[in-house]
Ligand binder design. Sequence first.
Ligand SMILES: [Zn+2]
Length: 412
Amino acid sequence: MLPSAPLPPLRMSAPALTGRIDSAITLSTVARLVASGTAVSKADLAPAAGLARTTVSTAVDELLARGVLRQDGTRPTAGRGRPADRLALAPRGGHVLLADVGARGAHLAVVDLSQQILAHAHVDVDVTAGPDAALATIESRLTELRAKAPDGVPARAVVIGLPGPVDGHLGIPVRPPIMPGWHAYPVSVRLQQTFDCPVVLENDVNLRALGEARALPADQVPLLFVKVGTGIGGGLVTSEGVLHHGADGAAGDIGHVRVRGAPDDACVCGNVGCIEAVASAAAVARKLGSASATGSITGSIAELRGLLGRGDATAVGLVREAAGLIGELVATLVHFYNPARVTLGGSLTAASDELLAGVRSVVYQRALPLATRNLVLTNSVLGEYAGLAGAIVLGIERVLSAESIDTLTAGR
Ligand SMILES: [Zn+2]
């Protein structure tokens, strides 16, 4: 039976590219295809971009003239044709400055548009000291790193990852539990003024998720990244290979959900029994400290890692307990997202395989076969550099985006 009132008009989805394709979009598409390595000659670019050969040829010539692309030798063609010019991103097209900031330290780097890391440092940054002190350290150390990179190449973008929820549109952290004083601080505006270029602000686990996904074959998405360190966080890369932020940027912020069987431990967020309060590396280290009969163990993450490395029975037991709780959470998320891959990262995974083994056993036991049939559940392949990799992706994509590419002229 038909409904008595007519249905409202319903929206149909439409491809993103409709109507007139303007030159900035063409330039951006061609540059990004070359940057991705999927098409590196004019002949390959036309079918890959879905554009006419003459359109592609004009765009390539313009990008070569602007110093965004360069010729990088030749590649053989099928049949008897002469070898085609091979294209690559020009190292002097611009630099991207990166800061992957964790709770206790930051990876800082300068890269060029061809993904070469020109300078890198791991520096002590204490986010609990507040935004002014932490950002001043990051700015001065990034400036030092820039001095080590080739001269006369402009900074085209800054990418910064922070260990808390962020609003990427406004460029501010939003009530980050472990970062006192950072709520609504204008991080992006400050760095934009310091380095005179656009700034991308992202959550640190999202950066890791994206870096991991883009380092793996394209069929490893959707990818869910679960970081177990000082806190617990998640990041999701969609089947299109991009980050899922949710309506307000809070997607993947899984540290403050509660799972079955969790004890009533108090959490920094004000609730009790959050997964972060009962199963993070910090929580396990704290329990290890209280379990120590002699009081010789203070309960730091470094101690926990040391004991795990030596196979200490109490430490291993506590990690297995934490893994059981994290496994419950991951099993729920696997049902909801049906990821191709779940990646575990953070300080606990680097120290031993106990966490991975424990999470795997719960997930494969609890999740239904359709969701786990092809699921890969493993430790991060990039380890502590996953965040830097994600920042490189976001930075170069930002520089080569349709809105930025028109401003690109080498050396300007
Ligand atoms: Zn909490």
